[in-house]
Write a protein that binds this ligand. Structure first.
Ligand code: IPM
Ligand code: MG
Length: 354
């Protein structure tokens, strides 16, 4: 299978973590019958400084004509508010990437890095957030004028239906038993529409347990009984917030991966951390969020479930031997970004050769 992958390295630690993601992709290209062609698509703060655009037209054309996009992180200190982020919004909006898939899994090897006490971890944390990614406050409709500002939160039936249906299908196809919808239906009209549609769609999936919960309560339960949740579907802004809360539970933001997806079309995969300019260039960033984003790309865009699982297994095996500083363990070697990527590659090579 031949696929073109656009690569946006971005700013700060972006290029460092992307290099490790590329290492994994090249390994897959070398050891399986997948062939990947890489095309750079610069975006973010550095290119904005050079060209006055954070997503140059040429980059966007490259992305649109590729099969998938691997995206590092963008943002530099001192840029005007929102300039770098514009690139992410434009890609999500213009490619209609309505699913933001954010799995949060606490690996056994990292239980010691979870900020929760053992009793709250229970039998483990394995939650997949399915965040609506194109509507609501992120439509960015509003104004700021003197002493007044406003944003509106538009939702449509089509927008709610497609993401909720995706979540139910994802749960079914991946053998989950429960799906939780997070909203604020005691206040917001948009949530009332959302909740109605959630229950309508649930009728078609009688085997799944369903649950509704208000966003404020969910934020508490997520740190009290995280083991209770499997698939969590929610609107855009709530999803932004709870996925960061969730990512903190798995040991480090550096571990968390994500996919911005439109099933069957070009989709974008990125670690959920930012560009972290304070640690850029030091070779200490954790590349695992990027490597697990490659896993998501394999599974969600290229239908390569086995390879995706092998990437994850390699990460878990590597974590028993050495780790980057954000997830360090007193008995294990501290690894640089590159060493962490090399160790995972070594493990993966063995699995791919089998
Ligand atoms: C995320 C980020 C973005 C968002 C920012 C960078 C615009 O926080 O992907 O969660 O708010 O969606
Ligand atoms: Mg966010």
């Amino acid at each position: 299978m031949r696929k073109t992958i656009a690569i946006t390295k971005g700013d700060g630690i972006g290029p460092e973590v992307i290099d490790e993601g590329l290492k994994i992709l090249k390994l897959i290209s070398n050891y399986t019958d997948n062939e990947f062609i890489f095309k750079e698509a610069p975006a973010g703060g550095a290119i904005w400084k050079e060209k006055g655009e954070s997503l140059p037209k040429k980059s966007f054309e490259t992305i649109k004509s590729s099969d998938a996009l691997l995206f590092g992180a963008i943002g530099l200190p001192g840029l005007p508010q929102g300039v770098a982020e514009f690139a992410i919004f434009k890609i999500r909006q213009d490619l209609d990437l309505y699913v933001n898939l954010r799995p949060i899994k606490l690996y056994d090897a990292l239980r010691d890095r979870c900020p929760l006490k053992e009793e709250f971890i229970g039998n483990g944390i394995n939650i997949t957030f399915v965040r609506e990614n194109t509507e609501g406050l992120y439509k960015n409709i509003g104004y700021l004028k003197d002493d007044e500002a406003q944003n509106i939160m538009p939702y449509t039936r089509k927008g709610c239906e497609r993401i909720i249906k995706y979540a139910f299908d994802y749960a079914t196809n991946n053998n989950y038993s429960k799906i939780t919808s997070v909203d604020k239906a005691n206040l917001l009209k948009t949530s009332q529409l959302w909740r109605n549609i959630f229950h309508e769609i649930a009728q078609d999936y009688p085997l799944l347990k369903i649950e509704d919960i208000y966003i404020d309560a969910f934020c508490q339960w997520l740190i009290r009984t995280p083991y209770m949740y499997e698939i969590v579907v929610t609107e855009n802004m709530f999803g932004d917030i709870i996925s960061d809360e969730g990512a903190f539970l798995i040991g480090s933001l550096g571990m968390a991966s994500s996919g911005n997806i439109h099933p069957g079309k070009v989709s974008m995969y990125e670690p959920i951390h930012g560009s972290a300019p304070d640690i850029a260039g030091k070779g200490i960033a954790n590349p695992i969020g990027t490597i697990l984003s490659v896993k998501l790309m394999m599974q969600e865009s290229f239908d390569q479930t086995t390879i995706g699982n092998e990437i994850e297994k390699s990460v878990e095996d590597a974590l028993l031997e050495g780790r980057t500083v954000d997830i360090k363990h007193p008995n294990l070697k501290i690894l640089s970004t590159k060493e962490m990527g090399d160790l995972i590659s070594e493990k993966l090579k063995i699995l791919l050769k089998k």
